[in-house]
Design a protein. Structure first.
Length: 134
């Protein structure tokens, strides 16, 4: 597993993230997820509330890629890894409580990305370069 630094965790907390999945026909699906959060040093998760195309893709085995960027800072990160869908366990139950506390819709599932690769999306010579890979 790749490890998220304190700086990356703060960046994730303060910027909008986008997820990308692919369907069984190879069509990409890309969209923002306002519920993305750091679960721990090696995992990023979100509340899947829409049960839309991304969720269908993940159920069918799609990889998950998560990216965060800040235009003003010209900085960003891309995270790759393996995804596990949590719908009936302690992770799910804890996040249902978070949704209730925030007054948001109950998630259908909590996709959790085990980060195995972190890439730099900052502008300049390091753009797209791997920072850490498991």
């Amino acid at each position: 597993m790749a490890t998220l630094t304190a700086e990356m965790k703060t960046f994730i907390e303060n910027n909008l993230g986008w997820i990308s999945t692919v369907d069984k026909d190879g069509q990409l699906d890309l969209g923002p997820k306002m519920s993305l959060f750091v679960l721990d040093d090696n995992h990023i998760a979100y509340h899947e509330r829409t049960s839309g195309q991304a969720y269908e893709n993940l159920k069918n085995g799609s990889p998950l890629v998560i990216a965060f960027a800040n235009l003003a800072e010209k900085k960003g990160y891309r995270f790759r890894g393996t995804v596990t869908l949590h719908s009936d366990d302690a992770i799910y139950e804890a996040q249902v409580k978070v949704a209730e506390e925030k007054g948001t819709k109950k998630p259908a599932v909590i996709p959790v990305l085990e980060v195995t690769e972190i890439q730099d999306l900052s502008s300049g010579a390091t753009a797209g370069k791997t920072i850490e890979k498991d």
